[in-house]
Unconditional design. Sequence first.
Length: 374
Amino acid sequence: MNYSDFAGTKVSQLGFGLMRLPKTPEGKIDFARGTRMLLRAFEAGVNYFDTAYMYHDGESEVFCGVALSSLPRSSYFLADKMPSWMCHSVADVQTVFQEQLRRCRTDYFDNYLIHSVTRDNVGKIEEYKVYPQLVRLREEGRIRHLGFSFHGDPALLEEMLTKYDGFEFVQLQLNYFDWEYQNAKELHRIVRAHGLPIIVMEPVRGGMLADLSSSANRIFREYGPDYSVASWAIRYAAGLDGVMTVLSGMSDEAQTEDNLRNCSLPPLTEADFRVIDRALAEFRRDTLIPCTGCRYCMECTVGIDIPKIFRLYNDLALRKFRDMKSFLNRYGDLTQAGKDCVSCCVCMTHCPQGIRIPEEMIRIQALYEEHIGK
Ligand code: SF4
Ligand code: SF4
């Protein structure tokens, strides 16, 4: 296991995320199996365990309390998070925190985060005095290190780090796909400019980077037949500047073993990065409409927001067409008032990517019509 330094201690490069634990047929956490996986990871050197109030509907924290009970408390880092959007008063922050300590059977958290800061919920942090209350808990020794996990835009990240200057780390969604697609590169730059270490979440983008398109997977397998497709994503995230640990929500034994192996490998080389670039290009070609969002194609003759429609389609394709309901709702909103493409081709002449826009529009409209009646 590779380690990084954090506040004078060694943190394993692989962190065990406790949000996708194995389940029983009834849908509850399989405590026996999950505990075996967790202890196996600990024996192999993992010392960072990450839970949250709402993971597995609250059962993940209870699982932590049980599964970690056989280990000396000082032998691992336990991370938990405050769901500020679930608070309805200043007092709720304390109530939730105390409940978390009870569920986890501990009297302190090593790392504690304001969970999932976004534009939509950032107001609650101010309204319910979340930050000053957590700082006080840190002074009382209930929290060792304070940070936040983030799902917003670069301007909001900068605001958070400027306004509240006592954070010690930030948790970001970083992976080789989102580096450009979601501008994760800029989020990474901002955190590092503030001199803070980073915890990586979603290094495999919810499983997407464990199984790209068949041609992209083939590129990885030909170059590194002994490595899984997911291993490239884990090693990429672990090798980024300032990364303290990479969280992986492990659901079975095979995934755990693969992750353990990946976090003992040497860093990626220049040749490895070129392989990732090639596989990524192949994946994009196979799966996505190559729209960059430049908006040179606008205005559309009938008022369609072309880049927004393409982004919506790409988001659906990246989820392997699983979240059709959300696509249908959002597509319906975007194309209200009979905004159907009339194939005038005016937009196409402005597209630097050479996208055959009307053909794509007709294809997406057909996908919508196929599913809307179901
Ligand atoms: S081809 Fe379709 S999308 Fe493009 S400008 Fe014409 S109506 Fe709009
Ligand atoms: S011009 Fe092409 S690449 Fe740019 S937003 Fe329009 S469709 Fe996308």
